[in-house]
Design a protein around this ligand. Sequence first.
Ligand code: ADP
Length: 629
Amino acid sequence: MSLFFGKTQGLRKQAGVAHRSLDRRTTLLQTAVIATVVLVFSAAIISYNAYRVVTQTEGRLANILRLAETSLATAVWQLDHDSAKDFLDAVLMDDSVVFAQVIAENDIVAERIRSPFYNRPFSYFESTPRFLSMTTEIRKYGEHIGTFNLAASTEHIHKDILISAGYTLALALGLILIITQATLHFARKRLILPLQRLEAAALTIAEGNLETPVDTSPAGELATLTRAFEDMRQSMRHLIKDLQVANARLEDHRKHLEATVKERTDELERNNVSLNNALAEVRTAKRAAEKANLAKSNFLASMSHEIRTPMNAILGMADILWETELTTDQARYVQVFRTAGESLLEIISDILDLSKIEAGRLLLEETNFSIAETVDKACAVIEPRATHKSLEFTCTLAPDVPDRLVGDPTRLRQVLINLLGNAVKFTERGSISLNVTRAPGHDGGHTVQFSVSDTGTGIPGDKLGSIFESFTQANSSTTREYGGTGLGLAISKQFVHMMGGRIWAESTPGQGSTFHFTANFAPSSGTAPFTVEENANAHPELPAASILMLEDSKYNAFVIQTYLKDTPCRLTVAPDAAQGLKLFWQGGFDLVLMDIQMPGMNGCDATKAIRQWEAQTNTAPTPIVALTA
Ligand code: ADP
């Protein structure tokens, strides 16, 4: 606003200068125009007066000439000098006539000359512009008898002209003065003042004052202009009022918007804080859950290990007992021991696997293996059970399935045994079959599909999806009838996923089920060593070896001692790593059986210590076999 006002101050100064200049210019212009017009008219009047004086004089002189022609004819004919002189005296009554002469033939009949020009001939008056000279013939009966010469002074004419010009010019000046004043007064009143008022009004508008009305009293074109200005002022006033209203509304809206934004921001901040709190709580809960899960998995893992250790001892003892002389009843009891122990061991293995998977500690092997061999081994485990239940058992491997692959044959066999075991478990009559086919492969590898079909109880449709969850069984009555933990399929699913495949089931209750799973394997490089699983049932002849066993469980030590009782091997048992190392350093052992988990130094560290000692003493490395429950 101050900037704007500063500008209008400047405009006002300019306008003041313009007023004075406009006034002066208008005065000058009007005076010049009026003076020019009046002077032109005056010049015309003066010219006309001069012309009139000259023609009047000439007319008067011409009349004298005509009079002379008639009046002097008789006087010249008769050479009447007196009559001629009288005529000339009469002629000289005219003030302007300075010379009059009557000539008969060559004689001057009469002559009259005004005093300053005595003795001047007629030719003197003819040759100067100060005189007007005229001549006429005097005739009698048509015959030339004489001449009348007349000269008149132009001084009168000039005087008359000058006097009339003086009057005219004086009148003209007076007129110029009056007209100029009148027109100036008129112009000021009708034009300049309204224009100045209009200009003042425009400046007032320019200063932002739209409340002062523009004076619309001037008439004519100025009236239109002032009315247009007034209309413009009113339009601008309305426009500014509208703008002010709109601005006020906008301001209200902005304030409202700001308030809403602030409200929302506060709300968001509050939400954010509670969200952050919730997030922190969730994170804490997640950490706690992860910790609890890890603790659970660790607990399960160590519990399974702790249970397996005595279980191995029990099973080992049952095996040894089975080899001894037994009565029929004793043999049945020992068999119950063995079967129950094996089932328990299976459950414990499942729990251990699952807890390892959940803790992310289970990794698949990457080894060259034969798929046919792995399938054969799984079938070899299941076939006796199927035969025992009088079930037909078939196993087919499509010829296009590549035999040599890279993967984890142990876990693959575990999945197959689980599915085939379930098929046998839930089938009372009919058949079990395993089909191995090649599926559309993945980049750079082979996908193999395994399908296990049975003609057993089947699974209700609504349970097909949930049976792969851990501890889930399709029907609780099956638990009672067939036993089981509901862990097998959950573990299988995890292994299959780790092998890059998927597992799913199709089933019709009462008719049977088919379990499919796919697994991805890398093609065998051909150079890597090929895993050939040893036949666990083979019993090679043992040499008379000296064996050092590091084992903290006296039951396990007793089992091994019992196994080796009737062999040429000599077994020395150390209850921990420290004592075992001392014995080893004394030397003389062909083989070391090393328990992995021991109090104090564990099996891995004890092995490292042995290898270090061997390197320092330059002794050949002794084979070390790891033992664990
Ligand atoms: P488990 O067999 O130890 O109970 P699994 O996870 O192997 O545990 O199986 C989960 C459940 O799925 C079983 O309890 C059973 O109800 C159902 N099931 C699995 N395989 C079959 C099958 N071949 N026929 C019918 N039901 C099956």
